[in-house]
Design a protein around this ligand. Structure first.
Ligand code: GDP
Length: 332
């Protein structure tokens, strides 16, 4: 029997990799897209023809119920969120409604439509929920101390999911994911900003990379590895929550060095610090202890940071040369 997976946030980075994985496993994949963002379907590139879409307003509980009733999904992956964290300060309520509201409405829909015994639910949680970290590395027992509206909304969605699991016996899991990257990361994120600028400099369009804090550290993994564990969580015997990361901390400085190394340039000749990219609420020691995922789900990351950066730089060089994207054109 063909399984059906319903995905919110399908046009984002993780939506692409997850769709690709599920299609390769023979799933029917259906993505929910807000009607005003229909054109974003194109972001799925070669998968566009293979994935089905429903134009659905995620704030409309009635329509969500109808879609869930029609599709009777075996699995729901709730990935929808405005992913760039600093923007959540500009619209805290909108952030809450999209993140927490969507999770709450979808979970309610599963229950109200009578699919509590059938549909398995994945909630995309975030390491941002640990905020001002209480201990390092973090695991599933580390206290949450969110310190921005995005993280608070993610935490509310996480608890709503837990309540549905405990009160209504739903098979629902939360993946608490650390930063995960790929050539599909938007350039607002530091990895892609660096790889796109390094490629632009190599091709002669730019000669400067303006950065924030080079000493900031993160636990960076590969999006393609992380969607695999989302799927594994929903195939497990019991629904549980998992911290997902590499367990390795790297600095932004190392990222920059790796990217420039890929284009045979010395980063120190190009990087300047611009205070506008410094953050007042920087995280320290946000690093995963993914032991539980290793032990219960036999999952470990496959792609290390230098391989991710190499893939991103080479893709950016290729895209610029083929005229598929605009290079960064900054000349100091
Ligand atoms: P985040 O973990 O979701 O905030 O992911 P980002 O990729 O936006 O940022 C990762 C880290 O890189 C943060 O600690 C930033 O302070 C640091 N960083 C340093 N310079 C920059 C920059 O120019 N742009 C961005 N986005 N981040 C930077």
């Amino acid at each position: 029997m063909t399984k059906t997976a319903l995905i919110t946030g399908i046009t984002g980075q993780d939506g692409y990799y997850l769709s690709r994985l599920l299609l390769s496993k023979g799933y029917r994949v259906v993505g929910l897209i807000p009607p005003e963002r229909r054109s974003s379907m194109a972001k799925l590139d070669e998968l566009v023809e293979k994935v089905e879409f429903r134009a659905v307003d995620l704030t409309d509980a009635q329509i969500l119920r109808e879609v869930v009733a029609e599709l009777q999904p075996d699995e729901i992956y709730n990935l929808a969120a405005p992913s760039f964290v600093p923007h959540s300060w500009n619209d805290p309520l909108g952030t809450l409604d999209l993140i927490t509201g969507t999770a709450t409405r979808l979970l309610a829909a599963v229950r109200q439509v009578g699919l509590s015994d059938r549909t398995r639910f994945y909630q995309a949680s975030s390491s941002e929920m640990f905020g001002t970290v209480a201990e390092s590395p973090q695991d599933e027992n580390t206290p949450f101390r969110p310190k921005n509206p995005y993280a608070a909304a993610k935490l509310h969605a996480h608890w709503t999911m837990v309540h549905h699991r405990e009160r209504y016996n739903l098979f629902a899991c939360s993946g608490i994911l650390y930063n995960h990257e790929s050539p599909r990361r938007p350039p607002s994120f530091v990895t892609r900003k660096i790889t796109l600028t390094a490629a632009s400099i190599k091709l002669g369009y730019s000669n400067i990379l303006e950065m924030g804090n080079l000493d900031a550290k993160r636990d960076w993994g590969y999006a393609g590895d992380y969607v695999e564990v989302m799927w594994r969580m929903l195939q497990a015997d019991r629904p549980e929550d998992y911290v997902i990361g590499t367990g390795q901390l790297h600095s932004v400085r190392e990222l920059v060095a790796m990217a420039f190394n890929c284009v045979d340039l010395d980063w120190q000749n190009y990087v300047e610090i611009d205070p506008k990219f410094l953050r007042s609420d920087e995280h320290f020691q946000l690093v995963a202890n993914p032991t539980k995922a290793r032990d219960n789900l036999q999952w470990q990351f496959q792609t290390d940071l230098s391989a991710i950066i190499e893939q991103m730089v080479s893709k950016d060089l290729q895209r610029i040369q083929l005229g598929q994207i605009e290079p960064i054109k900054t000349r100091g």
